[in-house]
Design a protein around this ligand. Structure first.
Ligand code: PMP
Length: 302
């Protein structure tokens, strides 16, 4: 089936889209993007927390001084229309990108114009949710807020994630956790980190050089719903090895437990009790099965 995309104002067939070779975003990584999931369940498709993702897209654009061509409402409307056009009957990943379209040979953004691309693609699990992840601590550092702010989802910053993820794979790990320039835990290559210690859920601060994940926020809300105390605080590397449970969370990563870090098993390496509870609730919520959280699930089909 030919897939449609939304490209600079038109719904067109994906293979008809062309970008000039001198596109600023291609040469300098000057684009901002989002990753959104839609879950297909019982004949309906639910886009999870779409509005929050587009709100973050606008914040990313603002940080890097790029103009957004549309409003959040317009982005949401285009997304639903595109998903309808592609008529999927399976889980889907949605990738909107605002990019610097000018052909200027200089990284500066003054006087540049922005373009917009939205594509969707069938998408299964990013990690195998039945198996725990073997992670390492990356020898790379997360870019700091004063270098390329991780708070903004800037395409060029993902060269950092590429180094972290690729080197972890090349060393036989599933992925890596990355420390800040000051040596504290930030997040994974493309996911946030959650820890359980003494029955409390711990996660790093929003000021600890992380992308402030939509899933992170979802997990915090769901944990509170389950009566679990949530603590946001700085986390040391050595604390990781002695946590009771650890899991990663993100739109792509969903909720996946961590079996080991730097070859040290986390508890017995199996999924922990709180992780399991949160994971179950999460999958119910994202699939539109939980009435209380249906406000987070935008329906695609009439
Ligand atoms: N951190 C990074 C660096 C990411 O790329 C992602 C994936 N978007 C996340 C965290 C998780 O964010 P979210 O839950 O909004 O997908």
């Amino acid at each position: 089936m030919q897939e449609y995309i939304f490209f600079n104002g038109d719904f067109i067939e994906a293979d008809k889209a062309v970008l000039p070779v001198r596109t600023h975003a291609f040469l300098y990584g000057t684009s901002v993007f989002e990753g959104i999931r839609a879950y297909y369940n019982n004949g309906q498709m639910y886009v999870f927390r779409m509005r929050e993702h587009y709100e973050r897209l606008l914040r990313s654009a603002k940080i890097i001084l790029m103009d957004s061509p549309y409003t959040v409402d317009e982005y949401c409307k285009q997304t639903i229309e595109l998903l309808k056009k592609n008529n999927y009957k399976q889980d889907v990943y949605i990738r909107p990108t605002i990019y610097t379209s000018s052909d200027k040979i200089s990284p500066g953004l003054n006087g540049t114009k922005t373009g917009y691309l939205l594509f969707t693609t069938p998408f299964g699990d990013y990690y195998d949710p039945s198996r725990g992840l073997d992670l390492c601590i990356s020898s790379w550092r997360r870019t700091s807020d004063n270098a390329i702010p991780p708070r903004a989802k800037i395409a060029g910053a993902y060269a950092n994630a590429a180094l972290i993820n690729t080197d972890a794979h090349n060393c036989g790990f599933d992925d890596a956790i990355v420390l800040s320039e000051t040596g504290q835990v930030t997040e994974g290559s493309a996911m946030n980190m959650m820890f359980v210690k003494g029955g409390k859920l711990i996660t790093t601060n929003i000021t600890d050089d992380i992308l402030v994940g939509v899933t992170r926020n979802t997990v915090i809300e769901l944990a509170k719903e389950l009566g679990i105390e949530v603590v946001e605080r700085a986390v040391d590397r050595s604390e990781l090895y002695i946590m009771d449970e650890i899991f990663v969370c993100g739109t792509g990563a969903q909720i996946t437990h961590v079996a080991s870090i730097d070859r040290r098993p986390i508890a017995d390496g199996k999924i922990g009790e709180l992780t399991s509870k949160i994971q179950k609730l999460y999958f119910n919520v994202v699939k539109g099965n939980n009435e209380k959280y249906i406000k987070w699930c935008e329906k695609v089909y009439d």
